[in-house]
Design a protein around this ligand. Structure first.
Ligand SMILES: [Zn+2]
Ligand SMILES: [Zn+2]
Length: 127
């Protein structure tokens, strides 16, 4: 990699590493452009692919929305989706015990949980 693309890749990496929540490609682009104004969408996608291949980030699927990407290894947790800004936030806890909601005779193996609502900033705007 040349110096320019290394700088770009590092900016993309830093944005995801410091975000503390899953980001979509346009959020990554916006944040990384503060560091590297010439950054383009295609470079962000390449950076995402590279980080996925290294397992530095994970893909987070949200029904009806473009995939998000979050920093770090796989660990069991859930997310909060703000319906207004469509930003995704990490939840600290899992309520647990969801397996017992499976119908009689079924064996639950895993679950997804997405809480939806308004983030503090959007609540402020709507009130
Ligand atoms: Zn919001
Ligand atoms: Zn859970």
């Amino acid at each position: 990699m040349n110096v320019r693309s290394t700088t770009q890749q590092l900016a993309i990496r830093r944005v995801l590493e410091s975000a503390g929540r899953p980001l979509c490609p346009s959020e990554i682009l916006e944040d990384a452009r503060r560091e590297v104004p010439s950054l383009g969408q295609a470079t962000v996608y390449r950076g995402i692919q590279r980080l996925l291949a290294r397992e530095d980030i994970r893909r987070v699927k949200v029904p009806g929305l473009i995939d998000r990407y979050e920093w770090g290894a796989e660990h069991h947790h859930h997310h909060f989706l703000c319906r207004s800004c469509e930003r995704l936030f990490e939840l600290d806890a899992c309520p647990g015990g969801l397996e017992k909601l499976a119908p009689k005779g079924f064996q639950a193996e895993d679950h997804d949980l997405l809480i939806k609502g308004l983030c503090p900033e959007c609540r402020e705007l709507e009130s």
